[in-house]
Structures are given as structure tokens and as C-alpha cells.
Design a binder for this molecule. Sequence first.
Ligand code: ADP
Ligand code: MG
Length: 595
Amino acid sequence: MASRIALLPDHVANQIAAGEVIQRPASVVKELLENAVDAQAQTVQLIIKDAGKTLIQVIDDGMGMNSTDIRLAFERHATSKINIAEDLFALSTKGFRGEALASIAAIAHVETHTRTEEDEVSHCLKIEGSKVIDQTLSTQPKGTSIAVKSLFYNIPARRNFLKSDTVELRHIIDEFQRVALAHPEIKFLFFNNGSELFDLPPVGLRKRISGIFGAKWDNHLVPTEETTSLARLTGFVLKPEFAKKTRGHQFFFVNSRFIRSPFLHHAVSNAFEGLLKPGFHPGYFLYLSVDPKTIDINIHPTKTEIKFEEEQSIYAILRSAVKHSLGVFQVAPTLDFEQNTAFDVPYSFKEKTPIPPPIEVDSSFNPFHSSSQPSKPKKEEWEGILSGIQLDDPVIENDEIESLVAVPQTTRLFQLFHKYIVCPLQTSMLLIDQNRAHQRILYERFLGSITAKKGVSQQLLFPLKIALNPRQIEEYKQTKDILEALGFQIELKKDAMLEVTGSPDHCPPTKIESVLEHLLSGENTDRSIEHFSQADQIAKAMAKSLAIKTGDLLQLEEQQVLLDDFFGCKETSVSPFNKPIFITLDKREIEQKLS
Ligand code: ADP
Ligand code: MG
């Protein structure tokens, strides 16, 4: 019988291995940028088309490769960065596995131009699916350009698995930002579909951060420094008052390599303890330099995790340095954490227009089907149940009564735990989650506005100017139509300033900036529900930002309006995030419990 075992051909082995290193266009971006940095480039350009699906090109002015190296570079385990096993413990470069280029060349069309200082001519090599197609000479400047086209052309399953351009571009921007933040001394340029997304001159870390996230960041940062025999720490933390609700501004670099470390994160969070309002996350850009021998970064294929020899000491250094810098800059005492949130309630009875939403919500947009959900009382049922109940609260004027026809008209409503509205009925009792009920109301209204493109807009007395960073500008371009349909009157002016002259109904002027920043952060997109429409996600994000919160004190009138609006909703059983909104306690249930 013939032998059953055979060695896999190289190109098959390469394709399989490639899957581990290259998951999406952003992985290619990361590897090419890191190679350029390792080649000691001073200027690095990233050019992409169609979120990297059509083209990813990185051009550097680094040391280049000679005629032998250019061929070796695409062999598996070919690296110039380590020679002997001991080198692994003293790494100063990003790469060392010699896998990236071999992997990329196995699953794409790759064209490389490169020239060293010594060579008079440059070398050009074309590879498709690990096969060399062409090798020629040309006259390019010193440095290397690698263009990766038709990524995953020979792995349709991978290609089909890629997400929308918006999502893939977001991943690419994430990788770009990490490398650019790790190396503020290098100039980085980023072009997307022919337009410039980032132009980051080599001007120090503070300017690099504001170059990426927006000019105003300059004033929001507090320097953090510490030097011990074990480690040197530099960088910035974001002043607590500018903390964000998203975690997108948390960066650790160890020996100039971006690292994910729940452990280091914990040390910083600990230092911020008591300084952040609930739901807000610290922002930081922290750089640790340690002896490479005292860390192990070789435990994860994409190399973003780390182990320290002296874990406890690193934790202590980090925590105390961050605490100290926050203290020195005296940011803590200027904060007013005791602010009464009751004054912030975005939902006021006074502002309420007593007419039903003018636009019918398109129920086909509704991602939830109520068949398996808790029973859903209809507005008419309410009217039936409640017709006998008299409104006898003297606070409510007669003309207001007319606007409350559909409300469970009872003065016996009350708020429980600053969280629920308790609504007693004739033979049962409802417990309604105020936050979820309001999310449902706002979600249906916003979705209705977007669908009908007729969002009601309130003119602002004073136009608002918000500085956008390049990433937010990209999100803005993708979502402008939807934002306008919602009722935002916005225009992108020069210098990346977004001018807001009008805001949607239900979005109080004080909230405009934070809502827009949230919408344009790209982070409200729940990746697990990507197949929902963009309109749906934006309506959800708006509802989440603007809804009455748990902890908000509601006046009786506000409770009543909330219930009225809530029972006018198309769907009442679950919130836009699929959480139950209310429970019913039957009189009989109560009697049984007390029998
Ligand atoms: P690694 O970075 O782990 O060594 P790669 O597959 O990424 O492996 O690259 C293989 C080799 O190709 C590198 O070690 C380096 O010598 C060379 N190389 C890759 N990119 C560049 C570049 N932009 N400039 C100069 N040399 C490069
Ligand atoms: Mg590499």
C-alpha cells in the first residue's frame, strides 16, 4: 500500500499559515507598517483603496533590500531580525518571526520595489499566490514600496467573510493609529481612496495625539513620567473631566510596541478611582521602556499581549505615577462630582408637545418580533382598563388633561428606586424601567425621522462648532445623510470644524456635542449586530445617549408623559437593545404570596 502521508506543498502550507497572521486588510496594514518602522524609515506612507480590499500600499524611505534579500524576504522564517535563539530575549524590532511577507504573498498579488543606499538600481519583484511572476530592475528612490492587491483572491471564503468597507476601514485606522502613536518621531501619511486621511508630522507625542484625535486634545492631557531601575514610564493621561464613555483612547506601549494588558489597565483605572463619573473610562497614552529580557511578548501570534517578570512592581509604578500626575496637575479638586443629575433630565414635561409623532414608524424596520416576548398591552386596552380612573391631582391643569387622554390617568403613579415607574391598575400592577421605556420611545421616533427623512429640527440660537478628528470626519461622511434626516443641521467647514446650526427634537442643546461625538466615534456600532442597517444603529445610539437614565428623579408629570409616550409605541415589550421594559404583578399573584 502506498504511503498515506505526504508533506504539504509550500504554497498550501503558506496559505494555511497565512490565516493565522492575516485575518483582514488591517492585519496587512499592521505588518507592512511595522516592517517600515523596523527598516528605520523616517517617512511612511499608507495608501489604501476600498478599505484595503483592492489595494494596500506602504511606501517607506528606510534601508531597503538588496537583490538577495528581496527574494528571501518572502520565504517563510526569513528574517533579518534574529539570528540565534538568544536574540529572542533582546528584541528591539517589531517583527522577528519572518512570517508576515510569506503569508501575505501566499494570499494576494504583491508588488515590491526596493533600493538600498549602496545599490544604484532598485529591484522590483511581483509575486502572486507565493509564485514569482516577474523580477526586474528599475530606478526608484532609496527605501521600499510594497503594494498588496486582491487580498484573499485565492481564498473566497475569507474574502466573503470580510465586513463592510466602513468596518474594515475602521480596523485599518485602529492599526495605523497604534503604529503612529508608538512612533511620534516618524512622519506618517495615510491616503484613503485618493484623499488624505492623516498627515502626521514628526513633532513629539503630545502633538501626535492631537494630530490623531483632534487639536483640543492638546489641553486635555496631563504628562506622566517616572523612572525606576526596573522601568521608565512616559506619556499622558486624559484629564478625568474629559473622560469618554467609550474605551477607544486607552493605549499602552511597551518598548514602542502596542500592547493589550488588562493587568496594566487595571493599574491605571485604579489610579483614577473616584475621579470618574460612572460609565466613563480613563484615557491614556502610556509608554513603558523595560529591559527586553524581563518581558515575554512571544505568547500570542499577533504579538499584542505581554508578560512581565516583575509584574507586581510594574503595577505599583504605573498606579503611583498616574496618581501622582493627576494630583500634581490638581485636576481632582476642580471637578464637581456631586452635580445633581435631576437638573440634567433631558426629558421635560414643559418641552412636551402634546401631539403624537407626526411620522408613522416603518414597522418593517423593527428588528424584534414580539411573538415570543412578554404580552404587549395595546393603547386601546389601556384606555379600556383606565377609563374609570379619575384624574384628581390639582397640580395638573385642565388644558393639560386633554393631552393626556392615552396615559394611564392615575395620580397613583410613583417612582421607585429612581429607576422604575410603578403604575397600579385595577387588577394588577406594572413596574416599568424608566430608562428602557424612554429608549424605546426615542428609538422609534428617531428611526421614524430617518425613514421619512423629516426629522423635526430646532434652530440653535448660537451655532455650535465641534472640532473633528480625521476618523470622525470619515464617519461623518458615511452618516451625514442620516444625521440630516434626524434633524441635525450640520456642515463640515474648513479646518475640520463641524458647524451645528440645528438639532433634532428631543436632543437638548447641552447634549449636542456629546451625542455627535458618540455617533461619530464609530464605537457605538455593535459589531455583533452588524447586519442591522446603519439607520437602525444610529437611532439606537441616539436613544441610548438621550434617554432618561437610571437615577434620574422624575416629577409626576414627567412620569405621566413618559407612560403616555411609551404606550403609544409600536413595540412595548423590549427596549431597542432587546431588554424587557416592564413586568406585571397580578393582584392574584400578590394575594397568593400573602395567603
Ligand atoms: P519579520 O519582520 O518578522 O522579520 P517579515 O516577513 O515581515 O518578517 O519580513 C521579512 C524580512 O524582510 C524582514 O526581516 C526584513 O529584513 C525584510 N523587510 C520587510 N519589509 C521591509 C522594508 N519595508 N524595508 C526593508 N526590509 C524589509
Ligand atoms: Mg515584519
